[in-house]
Design a protein around this ligand. Structure first.
Ligand SMILES: O=C[C@H](O)COP(=O)(O)O
Length: 212
């Protein structure tokens, strides 16, 4: 059981720098979601297990094959199995869940466990994990905490999530220990629903422009 750092998911996260966290309540919007993300060259998505449609949305996106699709808010082994069986290519958890991590490593699925403390990070590192979610980033000290944690955990990269928004994401991404940022500020089904994606597309365009 070891971490395959050559998995394309790691390269894509580092390239896109944005990991959109998406909660599906209506599968009809998924083609629009794909269109917006592809147009803005953010070809990946984390579909959260916060709605009953999570597995179906993952499956639809995986079958379509346009985006790299992962599962988020994976808190149990059962959810990890459902996610991967429906085509999830990566898994994100809000905490360090040994069953989830072990299942993912056994199936060559990149897993980003949620960490906030040295103990959490050490637990993830003991599995050979090199990239952890830092969550909830703003409440657990933001960049100040990441800088402090990067001293002893010099070989770990962070994916801050939770409280990241359009005004602070660039500052996070400028930190050399931050590989990318995640969050609901990148893509929202509710916003897409309002005007069939026009506002959402513009919002994402504005975010991506700031990356260059
Ligand atoms: O697990 C991820 C977080 O719940 C996302 O937080 P956010 O809505 O502040 O981006």
């Amino acid at each position: 059981m070891s971490v395959n750092m050559k998995h394309p998911v790691y390269q894509q996260v580092a390239k896109s720098k944005l990991l959109p966290l998406y909660t599906a309540t209506d599968l009809a919007y998924l083609p629009k979601v794909e269109e917006i993300l592809l147009e803005n060259e953010v070809p990946l998505i984390e579909v959260t297990f916060r709605s009953e449609l999570a597995a179906a949305a993952i499956k639809q996106l995986a079958v379509s094959g346009k985006l790299m699709v992962g599962a988020g808010t994976v808190r149990t082994l059962a959810e990890a199995k459902i996610a991967v069986e429906n085509g999830a290519q990566f898994v994100v958890s809000p905490a360090v869940v040994p069953d989830v991590i072990e299942y993912c490593l056994e199936h060559d699925i990149p897993v980003f466990p949620g960490t906030a403390t040295p103990r959490d990070i050490q637990m993830a590192a003991d599995y050979g994990i090199k990239v952890v979610k830092f969550f909830p980033a703003d409440i657990y000290g933001g960049l100040k905490a990441i800088n402090a944690l990067s001293g002893p955990f010099y070989d770990i990269k962070f994916l801050p999530t939770g409280g990241i928004n359009e005004t602070n994401f660039v500052e996070y991404l400028e930190n050399p220990n931050v590989v990318g940022v995640g969050g609901s500020f990148i893509l929202s089904e509710k916003v897409i629903m309002k005007d069939n994606g026009i506002t959402m597309n513009q919002t994402l365009k504005n975010l991506v422009e700031q990356l260059n």
